[in-house]
Design a binder for this molecule. Structure first.
Ligand code: PEP
Length: 244
């Protein structure tokens, strides 16, 4: 459902000592609010630590990926049920770093979203175009293709997802989409999702979100919050984004 949501993506960062400081500071600094959510998606080995440190706080946690398979001979993979067993609420699927560096297809991302839903996790499904695709005028076609794969695979369960628009050229580059650029793609995604009966799910923007630009991005009509990479590693910055 719509409502402000900010999700941190720690990527492959952290260790037990620094995580403890970060998790404790976030838990201390975040007040429960009915219309605002805050979550961190941590590396798999730290899910137990996230549960330990965030239990009883208003901050949710989750993973950055899940396997499309429920169990079995998939060496190195982590199932959605395993992630759920640690009290997780969210699982990011289809992050551009996985699409690009691990060759994840639209169909695989859709299967991972389905696996997350089957384990009662909320998939945060990432879509977004590369710089070359934007410059070729292909942004709409790319994000439509990506979201349509998920719509086709999930049916009514789509309404239990969160979608994040993350232009690849804005991730970790310091180059943020303008609020208008974000809104244009979010409106397109919203129309597509609405036609599939899921027009009221949360749509997050991701790509170099910081405390300084969060309010202008989140102020756009179809932007419900953010998926935050680098800035989620700094408690003050992350809390300020959550409060924007
Ligand atoms: C991300 O990892 O999803 C992301 C948006 O990263 P950053 O905020 O660092 O651009």
């Amino acid at each position: 459902m719509r409502g402000r949501l900010v999700v941190g993506n720690w990527k492959m960062n952290g260790d037990t000592a620094s995580n403890a400081r970060l998790l404790d500071a976030i838990a201390r600094g975040w007040q429960a609010a009915a219309d605002r959510g805050l979550a961190v998606c941590v590396p798999f080995p730290y899910l137990a630590q996230a549960r330990e440190r965030l239990a009883g706080s208003a901050v949710a946690w989750g993973a950055q990926d899940v396997s499309e398979h429920p169990s079995g001979a998939h060496t190195g993979e982590v199932s959605a049920a395993m992630v759920a067993e640690f009290g997780s609420r969210y699982a990011i699927v289809g992050h551009s770093e996985r699409r690009q560096a691990h060759g994840e297809s639209d169909a695989l991302v859709a299967a991972k979203a389905a696996a997350a839903l089957a384990a009662d996790l909320v998939p945060v499904v990432c879509v977004g175009e590369t710089l070359a695709e934007r410059e070729a005028g292909a942004t709409s076609a790319v994000v439509t293709r990506q979201i349509d794969a998920v719509i086709a695979a999930l049916g009514p369960a789509l309404a239990r997802c969160v979608v994040a628009y993350e232009p690849v050229w804005a991730i970790g580059t310091g180059r943020t989409a303008t609020p208008e650029q974000a809104q244009e793609v979010h409106a397109l995604l919203r129309r597509r999702l609405a036609a599939a009966g899921a027009g009221s799910i949360a749509l997050l923007y991701g790509g170099s979100v910081k405390a300084a630009n969060a309010a202008s991005l989140f102020g756009m009509p179809d932007v419900d919050g953010g998926l935050v990479g680098g800035a989620s590693l700094d408690a003050d910055e992350f809390l300020a984004i959550g409060a924007a």
